[in-house]
Design a protein around this ligand. Sequence first.
Ligand SMILES: NC(=O)c1ccc[n+]([C@@H]2O[C@H](COP(=O)([O-])OP(=O)(O)OC[C@H]3O[C@@H](n4cnc5c(N)ncnc54)[C@H](OP(=O)(O)O)[C@@H]3O)[C@@H](O)[C@H]2O)c1
Length: 312
Amino acid sequence: MARLRQNLAKYRIYLEPGMEEKILIVPGDFGQPNLGLDQHMYKLLAASSSVVFPLGAQVNYVQPYSSHRAANVHSTLRMIEFANSQRPKMLHYCSSIAAYGPSGFVLGSQMVAETVVWNAIDNGLPVAIYRSGFVLGHTQSGIGKPDDFVGRLFKSCFETGCYPILPAQRKEFIPVDFVVGALLHIATSPARLRKAYNLIQPRHEAAIDMVTTFKLLNGLSPTPMQGMPYADWVQRLLLELRGPLHPLIPMLQETVLGEMTRWEIQEHMAIYGTENMRQALSDAPELLRCEPMSALFERYVAQWMPSRLSRK
Ligand SMILES: NC(=O)c1ccc[n+]([C@@H]2O[C@H](COP(=O)([O-])OP(=O)(O)OC[C@H]3O[C@@H](n4cnc5c(N)ncnc54)[C@H](OP(=O)(O)O)[C@@H]3O)[C@@H](O)[C@H]2O)c1
């Protein structure tokens, strides 16, 4: 419970009195048989649960596919097994638009895991798939995950005063409260099972590409940032031994198609369909009104800005 409290406090979320008593914490490991639980606890949970939201996953951009296989592929099989054990349970499976490719290590494991889930759906299991874009902070507090790739990227840009020029690329940024609100609403109706929902900005015209992203961030930076070709930007990062992106440099440097790196091959990616999501949220129009990133960046920017640049 202390770990949960500590984690929530990072996002300035505090449980109201009485809420902690409703939470049962059972340590386990989704990649292990019986989800790493003893037989008694596994059976008890399998018999008493009616719905499963498996949110545990290993997300590491520099470790190979083999390191993700147990946590992401085996765990999906184990979760399906659990959802089908003792009594049938609805399973709301969290994937990512990365499952569309192009593939990376962690993304490869997501593609394989999603294939496993589609097989379960084909076999009649009550499952829905949610593919979100890059999840950013809450629309009210502006707080997001400090250590994920995007947080590190933007922090690094403000610290170094430079950013990569990446034409024709979208990252599909989406606020966390939109993702959670949409997912929970869709999950309330069994009629919406056996489909996949891309949880991204519902209005395509409000989604922004990377050129616009950096233009917006540049406009919010007290000192101007300089755009540079991707390869020069990576070279510049190599000098930042303590920079937030330093641990991810192998992923940024590695060529995966000819001379192109994983990020560079993502130019001109397909547009992700939002029909299923818009239809499922048509009875909740307030959820469909997702603020555009152009407005949200103003709320997010403080967490990425080094204190020497901060206006406060
Ligand atoms: N964040 C995004 O932008 C984003 C975008 C699209 C989709 N998603 C999907 O959303 C899900 C959650 O992502 P996230 O960003 O919240 O990841 P995260 O911050 O890395 O959290 C993952 C959680 O999974 C737990 N976990 C890892 N391996 C486990 C295992 N074998 N058994 C049980 N729990 C395990 C971790 O526990 P420990 O802390 O104890 O290691 C951690 O609490 C993933 O399926 C991811 O693909 C995320």
